[in-house]
Design a protein around this ligand. Structure first.
Ligand code: HEM
Length: 468
């Protein structure tokens, strides 16, 4: 008979010793080494100096950065680690509350909304959005038609396409982005909300009440304004009768959770719409913009993509079933997302006391930040991780790779629900642009990346010229 000896070893956070920046100060910790405007890129640079797991101590709060594929295997296990709302995601709750992205695992609306909305995001469901997506990119192509030789604000225009796509497929709303000269008031308010959240997340409430009093008041007014506008859209749909439009709003108003038979209430539907506006627009737009940058400076890659597009796109329009056949364009999207995962990381907290990697004690509730920017440049990617090479995503190379090396959409129960949607939309947009236009880079442009919760190429401009 064997007996097990009860272990007396306790997991203690205080026993955790991790590399950290030099010159740690009493009380302040590593605060001198904190960058708030480009925090994800700073997280990546830290990993390049201190290693695959390291920490910064900010006034006693420990921030652990992980970019090790081995440790990711454990952290990505939903049984062991759970989604955590770190700064600044937590502060997005001021607008999206218990919408899918910002809901705590324990909030009942998360499971309900996930069950109701998941069928709208399968690869097959993309068929019903294809024509609408095509119309949106068609407007972009027209918008550029008489701008031959002009510099074009690429992130600005990809933002417009992605906004139109989510507005129309999500809730039948046309922002008229390409027709108007000013910014749509909802878009302007959402942008101010995201900028405020991104900045104030690292601030002290006292500072917000005093130094940033005006911005805080504007933020509150913006949140009230977008709530009112979205409520009006929902009310209008209820008056018209839901069920005919085939968009996400119809589904939210008519479908029930198969488990409980319950539907979403109007307030939660508002939070989901605001979530889709925030999570499903800048992320995709950023990938389109990064890909256009790399295509413009790598003409041989653009040419190879055009050859594929010419073979697949045989009729007048790029048909739904042809989009997944654009394998090389898809690899361009994957490689853009590798170098610049536009949602640059995610947080997980320990469900129980645990010894991460058998070495690092984490007490229940302690959290880590996954530095996707560095994971996607890990030495396992080879000697030249900064080189843009879509063939890294050839199927045989993907199969040969560590399974945790690439996670631009997160993983597990809280992974991105919009993954298929984003791929379909981005491949369609890039293929249509490459089919219609040649891209001319600005010879003086050096890629610089701007962070506003998501990433985008800062001040990227290109000239486009219509292909005959
Ligand atoms: C290339 C574009 C996109 C990227 C890189 C991206 C990335 C991500 C990531 C990393 C997460 C997980 C965050 C976490 O674990 O905390 C996430 C969640 C989410 N994404 Fe995306 N996303 C993209 C496009 C979209 C689109 C187009 C939509 C909607 C149409 C969308 C809606 C959501 C939602 C609702 C969640 C929360 C899911 C949940 O927790 O249940 N995303 N996204």
């Amino acid at each position: 008979m064997t007996t097990t000896t009860p272990t007396t070893d306790r997991i203690r956070a205080s026993d955790r010793v991790l590399p950290h920046p030099p010159y740690r100060l009493p009380i302040l910790g590593d605060v001198w080494d904190l960058h708030v405007t480009d925090s994800s890129q700073w997280g990546m640079r830290g990993a390049q100096k201190y290693g695959d797991i390291y920490e910064r101590n900010i006034f006693g709060a420990r921030v652990t950065y992980v970019s090790s594929p081995e440790l990711m295997g454990e952290i990505n296990d939903d049984e062991k680690w759970a989604k955590f709302l770190g700064v600044p995601i937590r502060d997005l709750r001021s607008v999206a509350r218990d919408g899918l992205f910002t809901a705590h695992n324990s909030e009942p609306n998360w499971a309900k909304a996930h069950a109701i909305l998941a069928p709208s995001f399968t690869a097959a469901a993309m068929k019903s959005y294809h024509t609408t997506m095509q119309a949106c990119v068609g407007e972009l192509i027209e918008h550029w038609a008489d701008r031959d030789g002009e510099w074009i604000d690429i992130p600005g225009d990809t933002n417009k396409v992605a906004l139109e796509v989510i507005g129309r497929t999500g809730f039948g709303y046309n922002f008229d982005s390409f027709a108007r000269t000013d910014e749509h008031p909802i878009v302007a308010a959402m942008l101010r909300i995201l900028t405020y959240v991104n900045r104030s997340a690292y601030s002290h409430p006292l500072v917000e009440h005093t130094v940033f009093r005006k911005e805080r008041a504007q933020h509150r007014a913006d949140v009230e304004f977008v709530n009112r506008e979205v409520d009006a859209v929902i009310a209008q749909r209820q008056r018209e009768g839901a069920g005919e439009h085939g968009d996400l709003l119809d589904r939210m108003l008519t479908a029930a959770d198969p488990e409980t038979g319950q539907q979403l209430d109007a307030q939660n539907i508002r939070h989901q719409i605001l979530t889709f506006l925030a999570a499903g627009h800048e992320t995709s737009a950023g990938v389109m913009a990064f890909a256009l940058h790399y295509l413009s400076v790598n003409p041989e890659i653009a040419e190879r993509a055009r050859q594929e597009i010419a073979e697949v796109w045989t009729g007048d329009e790029l048909e739904f079933g042809q989009v997944p056949k654009l394998r090389y364009v898809r690899r361009i999207v994957d490689e853009s997302l590798r170098l610049w995962p536009t949602a640059p990381g995610y947080f997980r907290k320990a469900r129980h006391d645990t010894m991460l990697g058998g070495k690092y004690p984490f007490e229940k509730g302690e959290w880590v930040f996954i530095v996707l920017l560095q994971l996607h440049r890990h030495r396992l990617w080879g000697d030249e991780p900064e080189r843009f090479d879509p063939d890294r995503f050839l199927p045989e190379r993907v199969r040969a790779r560590h399974p945790e090396l690439y996670r631009p959409f997160g993983v597990g129960m809280r992974a991105c629900i919009g993954r298929q949607f984003a791929y379909h939309e981005i491949v369609l947009v890039l293929a249509t642009i490459l089919h219609n236009y040649d891209l001319v880079p600005d010879p003086n442009y050096q890629l610089k990346v701007k962070e506003t919760i998501t990433l985008k190429p800062d001040q990227l401009r290109l000239k486009v010229s219509r292909r005959s």
